[in-house]
Design a protein around this ligand. Structure first.
Ligand SMILES: Nc1ncnc2c1ncn2[C@@H]1O[C@H](COP(=O)(O)OP(=O)(O)OP(=O)(O)O)[C@@H](O)[C@H]1O
Length: 270
């Protein structure tokens, strides 16, 4: 993999709801292996930004380019064939292919990212089948391996996520999203709503898997502690615009924008 060029290049991107912008003039590059946190208060445009990056929402302004390693169509996976895709020009089929081979999405609500009444093993095996795996034993072995990696006890492989705790569901969701070796993973508040101790363990797990696999991640969170723990760089959003960005430690330890200073100090005051 050529790591010297960004995987994702966002230039002045925006999305409009009617005549109002949900986010606007957003620019950044994301490299393989890099975790970018998007923080800001409710209504600041975080979900809208995640929406246009992941092609769930239309890009009304600007450009989002993604560097894929795999040639489109019926051909094999000549990993060396790289292609720079302008997301707004892709067909639905091309976007679906990216979801199958390149992109993962970890939702806040596990029910959106999992099939709650399919076994944990089935949830993790499905993306492999979508990528052409046919041999049942191999699929099952890979699902077992991934459930182990996310610390789900082997004896729970045939149980459904509906019977799991919140933390376990998120871990299955992570396994389902990483098993096919994506290059870019979107995460929308993946740890909120969980107990603090469960949250800390899950963040640790995410951090180690992301480092091990060299994934690029865009994580939306309203929790600066999450950004601190997991991200290399942080974008701070307010009223649909990026008001500050930089290395996470710099942004949180030495915030330049008055709004970021306020965010950081409100956390310090508890
Ligand atoms: N479907 C929609 N229709 C109209 N306006 C919307 C819609 N979704 C979001 N907005 C508006 O766009 C702006 C950004 O919202 P967005 O949901 O992206 O913020 P957010 O930072 O993700 O908030 P939260 O943390 O509460 O999810 C807000 O002003 C919001 O009211």
């Amino acid at each position: 993999m050529n790591d010297d060029r960004p995987l994702l290049s966002v230039t002045d991107a925006g999305h409009r709801y009617g005549d109002r912008f949900g986010c606007r003039n957003v620019s950044f590059d994301l490299w393989p292996g890099e975790v970018l946190a998007v923080v800001g208060e409710s209504g600041s445009g975080k979900s809208t930004l995640l929406g246009i990056l992941s092609q769930r929402l239309r890009v009304d302004e600007g450009s989002i380019r993604y560097r894929t390693a795999r040639a489109d169509g019926s051909g094999g996976r000549e990993g060396s064939a790289e292609e720079l895709l302008e997301l707004s020009t892709l067909s639905e089929r091309e976007v679906r292919r990216l979801w199958r081979t390149d992109w993962g999405f970890v939702h806040q609500n596990a029910a959106e990212g999992l099939r709650m009444h399919v076994s944990a093993g089935g949830n993790v095996g499905e993306p492999l089948m979508a990528n052409g795996w046919r041999h049942y034993g191999q699929i099952r072995a890979k699902a077992e391996e991934w459930l182990r990696r996310v610390e789900i006890p082997a004896e729970r492989i045939d149980d459904t996520p509906a019977t799991f705790s919140g933390g376990m569901r998120q871990r299955v969701q992570i396994a389902r999203n990483l098993v096919f070796e994506p290059r870019l993973v979107f995460m929308d508040e993946p740890t909120s709503g969980l107990d603090v101790s469960v949250q800390a363990r899950l963040l640790d797990l995410i951090r180690s898997l992301v480092a091990e696999l060299g994934l690029a991640v865009v994580i939306v969170t309203h929790d600066l502690a999450v950004a601190r723990l997991i991200s290399h760089r942080t974008l701070v959003m307010k009223d649909g615009a990026v008001i500050e960005s930089g290395l996470t430690d710099r942004v949180l330890d030495d915030p330049q924008a008055a709004y970021t200073q306020l965010l950081v100090s409100s956390i310090l005051q508890g």
